[in-house]
Design a protein around this ligand. Structure first.
Ligand code: 0RA
Length: 646
C-alpha cells in the first residue's frame, strides 16, 4: 500500500494490523523463536527491552519485573510512558498502535537512540498477540491511561482512568495457553540470570525481580535487585569469581569509534580456558562475528608488538599463535550497532564489516595504555602467552595422535566400547556409563541394534583445571573422541569440531543418582562444554534419569523419580508398601535398567541446553574450580542440573 493511500485509509490499515497480529499467532516461532520454555521467557525479554531502550535514551533508570502468582508477568518502568495521543496516520491512540501493530516497534522517532529491541526485535505488540490477556497502564503528564487486550485485540479504546504523580509504563500479560502448550511456568533463575546480565550490560539501571509464587523465610516474596555501577568490569569479576586472577585488576574501557559505542572488560586468570562473551545491543552473540574478530585482532597485535619490543620472545623457537594470547583470558565485548546484520545458524553472528576496525582500534588503545602503565602485569601476561605457546605445541602432538586413531576404522575404536550394529548415526545412541560394573549391566540391558555402551573408569579428568595437552593425553577422553568419531580443526581460528563424522546423534551420560554420580556427570558435562560445545548446541547431549525409588507391594511394583511420585505411589498402594532406594545403577539388574532408564518408550532423559552462555561458563568454573565452599553450596542447592532443561 502506498503512503498516499495509507494516509486516507485508516480502516484498511487497521485490517492490515489485525492481519499482522493474526500472523504472529499463526506462526509464533517466526517471531519469538519457539513456543516452548525459551519462547515463553522471550516474551518477558521483549517487554523489558523496550524499557531498556527508554533507559538508554536517558529517560528511565528503574525497571520492576514481577512473576505473579498465576504466572502472568508485570513489568513497570519509569520511562516517558508510551505516547497516548491520537496517532495521525492511524487515527487511534499511539498506545493502541504500539500494542497492536507488528513492526511499529514503538519508536516513531527515527532519531531516537534505539539499539536494544530483543533478539528478533519484534516489539511489544508481538507479546500482546501471544497473550490471552494484556493490560497496559501509561502514566504520563499527570494522568493514567489504560487499555486491555485479549489475544491482541483491544477490549475498549484507550481511556483515562485517573491522576498520577508517577511517570512510566506498566504492562501485565498472561501468555496464551493455546499458544504455549508445553509450559506456562516461568523459571525464576532463567529470568534472574537475564536480568543480572542486562544490569551489567547497562550500568546504572536498577532491575528488580520479584517472584510472588514463592516466599522467603520471613514470608516475603522472593526478590532480587540487580544493579551495577561498573558494568562490564563487574560482570568479568562475577564470571571469574571462582578463578584466580594473575593481574592486578580487570582491564576495562569504554568509548566510541566511528559512532559505534564499544565497551570491553578483560582479565587473565591462572586457568587454560578462553572465555570470551560478546554482545550486540544486549544480545549475546553466541556465534561471534565482526566485533569479536576486532577484539581478537586488537588484542593479538597489541600484545605481540609489546612482547616483541620487550625482547622476551627472543629465545622462543616457534611462532606465537593468536590462541596463545587468549589462554586464561576472560573478556566481555559489548557493542551497540544501529542496524545490526545478524548471520549464522542461530542468527547470533554479527556481520557488519565496519565494526571490526572500530573494536580493534578501541582495544588496541586501551591495551597499549594499560601495558605502558602496568609493566609488571604486562610481563606476567607475556609470560603466560609464552607458556601457552609451548603447551600448544605439546597439545598439537597429542591431538594428532587422537586424530590418527579416530581416522582408522573399527580397528581404531576403543576396546571398551560395545558398539551397536545400526550404521545410520541419526538412529544410534551411545551411553557413557560410570564404572565398569554399571557398564556391564548396561551392556546386557541395552538394545544392541542401536545402543552402544562406553564405560568410563571412575572420575574423569577435570578439564577445567588441566592444560590442553593433558586433556588430549587422557585415556578416557581419547576414548570419548574416538568413539564419537569427531575431530577437531587444527587451523588457527577454526578450532571448530567436525561433527560430520559423529557416530551417534544421542550421547547419553548415565551416572548414579547420588552425589558422586552427579559429580561425575558434571565432570563429563564440563568436558563437553569446554571441548565439544557444538555437540551441546546441536542438541546431541542427554542425561539419563535413573529412578530413585522402587515401591513394592506384593507383586505390584512401580518406580519413582522423585519424592512426590514416591509418596503418590505409596498412597495408591496403601499400607505396608515397601520402598527400595536406588543408590546406584549397580543396584539395578539389566532388565530394570532397560525398563526405567534406557528403553526409549518409557525413559525420561534430559536434553542438555544452554540458555545463557556467560552464566553456564561461570557455573562450570565454579563447580570445577579451586574453591570448594561455593561449589558445595551450589551442588546442594541445585543438584548440579541448574542449566539443564527437560
Ligand atoms: C513509543 C515512543 C516512545 C516511547 C515508547 C514507545 C515506550 C515504549 C515502552 C514499552 C515499555 N516501556 C516503554 N516506554 C516507552 C517515545 C515517547 C516520547 O517521545 O514521549
Amino acid at each position: 500500500m502506498s503512503e498516499e493511500a495509507n494516509k486516507n485509509n485508516y480502516s484498511a490499515d487497521s485490517i492490515q494490523a489485525l492481519e499482522g497480529m493474526e500472523h504472529v499467532r499463526m506462526r509464533p516461532s517466526m517471531y519469538i523463536g519457539d513456543v516452548g520454555v525459551r519462547g515463553l521467557h522471550h516474551l518477558v525479554y521483549e517487554v523489558v527491552d523496550n524499557s531498556i531502550d527508554e533507559a538508554l535514551a536517558g529517560h528511565c533508570d528503574t525497571i520492576d519485573v514481577t512473576i505473579n502468582e498465576d504466572n502472568s508477568i508485570t513489568t513497570k518502568d519509569n520511562g516517558r510512558g508510551i505516547p497516548v495521543e491520537i496517532h495521525k496516520k492511524e487515527g487511534v491512540s499511539a498506545l493502541e498502535v504500539v500494542m497492536t501493530k507488528i513492526g511499529a516497534g514503538g519508536k516513531f522517532d527515527k532519531d531516537s537512540y534505539k539499539v536494544s529491541g530483543g533478539l528478533h526485535g519484534v516489539g511489544v505488540s508481538c507479546v500482546n498477540a501471544l497473550s490471552d490477556h494484556l493490560h497496559a497502564y501509561v502514566h504520563r503528564d499527570g494522568k493514567v491511561w489504560e487499555q486491555e487486550y485479549e489475544k491482541g485485540k483491544p477490549l475498549y479504546p484507550v481511556k483515562s482512568t485517573g491522576e498520577t504523580d508517577f511517570r512510566g509504563t506498566v504492562v501485565t500479560f498472561r501468555p496464551d495457553p493455546t499458544i504455549f502448550q508445553q509450559t506456562l511456568e516461568y523459571n525464576y533463575d532463567t529470568l534472574a540470570s537475564r536480568m543480572r546480565e542486562l544490569s551489567y550490560l547497562n550500568k546504572g539501571i536498577t532491575i528488580k525481580l520479584t517472584d510472588k509464587r514463592n516466599k522467603d523465610k520471613e514470608g516475603n516474596d522472593v526478590e532480587e535487585i540487580f544493579h551495577s555501577e561498573e558494568g562490564l568490569k563487574e560482570f568479568v569479576k562475577f564470571l571469574d569469581a571462582s578463578r584466580s586472577p594473575i593481574i592486578g585488576d580487570v582491564i576495562s574501557m569504554e568509548g566510541e569509534k566511528n559512532d559505534i559505542p564499544v565497551e570491553v572488560a578483560m582479565i587473565y586468570n591462572d586457568s587454560y580456558a578462553e572465555n570470551l562473551h560478546s554482545y550486540v545491543n544486549n544480545i549475546n552473540t553466541h556465534e561471534g562475528g565482526t566485533h569479536l574478530s576486532g577484539f581478537r585482532r586488537g588484542l593479538t597485535s597489541t600484545l605481540k608488538k609489546y612482547a616483541d619490543a620487550s625482547g622476551m620472545l627472543d629465545k622462543l623457537k616457534f611462532e606465537i599463535a593468536g590462541d596463545d594470547f587468549r589462554e586464561g583470558l576472560t573478556a566481555i565485548i559489548s557493542v551497540k550497532v544501529q542496524e545490526p546484520q545478524f548471520e549464522g545458524q542461530t542468527k547470533t553472528k554479527l556481520g557488519n564489516r565496519e565494526v571490526t576496525s572500530a573494536v580493534s582500534q578501541a582495544v588496541s588503545e586501551m591495551l597499549e595504555n594499560y601495558l605502558e602503565e602496568n609493566p609488571n602485569d604486562a610481563k606476567i601476561i607475556v609470560q603466560k602467552v609464552i607458556l601457552a605457546a609451548q603447551a600448544r605445541h605439546a597439545a598439537k602432538k597429542a591431538r594428532e595422535m587422537v586424530q590418527r586413531k579416530s581416522v582408522m576404522s573399527i580397528g581404531g575404536l576403543p576396546g571398551k566400547l560395545s558398539d551397536c550394529s545400526e550404521q545410520d548415526p541419526a538412529l544410534c545412541e551411545v551411553f557413557l556409563v560410570e564404572g565398569d560394573s554399571a557398564g556391564g549391566t548396561a551392556k546386557q540391558g541395552r538394545d544392541r541394534m542401536f545402543q552402544a555402551i562406553l564405560p568410563l573408569r571412575g572420575k574423569i579428568l577435570n578439564v577445567e583445571k588441566a592444560m590442553h595437552h593433558k586433556v588430549f593425553e587422557n585415556e578416557e577422553i581419547k576414548n570419548i573422541f574416538t568413539a564419537l568419531g569427531v575431530t577437531i580443526g587444527t587451523e588457527e581460528d577454526s578450532k571448530a569440531l567436525n561433527l560430520s563424522k559423529l557416530r551417534y546423534h544421542k550421547v547419553v551420560i548415565m551416572c548414579d543418582a547420588d552425589v558422586d554420580g552427579s559429580h561425575i556427570s558434571t565432570l563429563i558435562l564440563t568436558f563437553f562444554f569446554r571441548y565439544m560445545k557444538e555437540l551441546i548446541e546441536a542438541g546431541h547431549i542427554y542425561i539419563a534419569a535413573p529412578p530413585l525409588y522402587l515401591v513394592k507391594k506384593g507383586a505390584k511394583k512401580q518406580y519413582a523419580w522423585n519424592d512426590d511420585q514416591r509418596d503418590m505411589i505409596m498412597k495408591e498402594f496403601g499400607e505396608s508398601s515397601k520402598i527400595q532406594r536406588y543408590k546406584g545403577l549397580g543396584e539395578m539388574n539389566a532388565e530394570q535398567l532397560w525398563d526405567t532408564t534406557m528403553n526409549p518408550e518409557f525413559r525420561t532423559m534430559r536434553k542438555v541446553t544452554i540458555d545463557n552462555l556467560a552464566e553456564a561458563d561461570r557455573v562450570f568454573s565454579m563447580l570445577m574450580g579451586d574453591e570448594v565452599p561455593p561449589r558445595r553450596e551450589f551442588i546442594e542447592k541445585n543438584a548440579v542440573y541448574a542449566n539443564i532443561d527437560a
